[in-house]
Design a protein around this ligand. Structure first.
Ligand code: MBD
Ligand code: FE
Length: 270
């Protein structure tokens, strides 16, 4: 019933992993075409959709929305670090290096509630990791949120920054509270979500990529208690222990929200 695999033909070099993973994928699509009686018209629509997707630049977005959480689940099962989450399509390397007191690059009139994000980076047995590098990025506070370097309207690297832990493994970053994010609805990803009867929102989140010499890198996201999209994230990337309380705090006449999180990095195995 299924295509032949593993036949040795001169000049053809099978990749065993492709045979193992991609061949069953093809087989399952063939099964579905039969099972659902997919018509020629639908077949041509599918081809047009793939062409649109490639031309729109949304391929990484669609892949992350539908599949990255599953890749993360497989990867995190093998890790002793603290809870991971997907990277998503909007990480940009080379964000400004910040020095204490660390303030996220932002416009003079940046909208949004002031937020102080602080915590520690430690080993699983509680030793501080000095000089760990946190690469932090998040949307602005307009609803839906937008990302610098991706959506027009913000200066390059707005709300993107890198900072290091101090001698006690601590970090602190002053920024603003991001808004929930909505997948653009004019593009192929948004149109597909609509046709699936699914909304296109992600809960508000702060992305973090953590690296330190001798430790496994960690990619995660932090979410805020009370967000209306925690239970229906379009990217299925929310994990309970990444949902944090935003506590009000005040100092020197100013007031802000605080977000606290303690990360753990497992050592690299050599
Ligand atoms: C995002 O900001 C995001 O984090 C993911 C996973 C998908 C689309 C936009
Ligand atoms: Fe995001």
């Amino acid at each position: 019933m299924h295509s032949q695999t593993g036949v040795e033909i001169p000049g053809i070099t099978a990749n065993p992993r492709v045979v193992d993973v991609v061949q069953p994928l093809i087989d399952r699509v063939q099964d579905l075409i039969r099972e659902k009686n997919v018509s020629y018209d639908e077949w041509h629509q599918a081809i047009h959709f793939m062409m649109d997707l490639a031309n729109s630049g949304e391929m990484p977005l669609l892949m992350d929305v539908f599949f990255e959480a599953t890749v993360d689940a497989v990867a995190s099962a093998a890790s002793a670090s603290s809870t991971t989450a997907i990277e998503g399509p909007y990480y940009v390397p080379g964000a400004p290096m910040l020095e204490p007191p660390c303030v996220m690059p932002q416009r003079p009139d940046e909208p949004g509630e002031p937020l102080v994000f602080s915590g520690t980076v430690k080993t699983p047995d509680g030793k501080p990791i000095v000089g760990a590098l946190l690469d932090v990025w998040h949307s602005d506070a307009t609803v839906p949120g937008t990302y610098s370097n991706i959506h027009p309207g913000q200066p390059a690297f707005n709300l993107r920054g890198r900072l290091q832990t101090d001698e006690q493994g601590r970090f602190e970053l002053r920024t603003i509270r991001p808004a929930p994010y909505r997948i653009p609805d004019q593009g192929p990803t948004g149109r597909l979500l609509n046709a699936l009867g699914r909304h296109s929102w992600r809960p508000a989140h702060v992305h973090v990529k953590l690296t330190a010499d001798g430790y496994q890198p960690l990619t995660t996201q932090l979410y805020f208690q009370g967000d209306g999209f925690l239970d229906s994230d379009v990217a299925s990337a929310v994990k309970d222990d990444l949902i944090l309380a935003l506590e009000p705090a005040g100092s020197n006449g100013g007031s802000h929200l605080t977000l606290r999180y303690d990360f753990q990095l497992a050592p690299t195995n050599h």
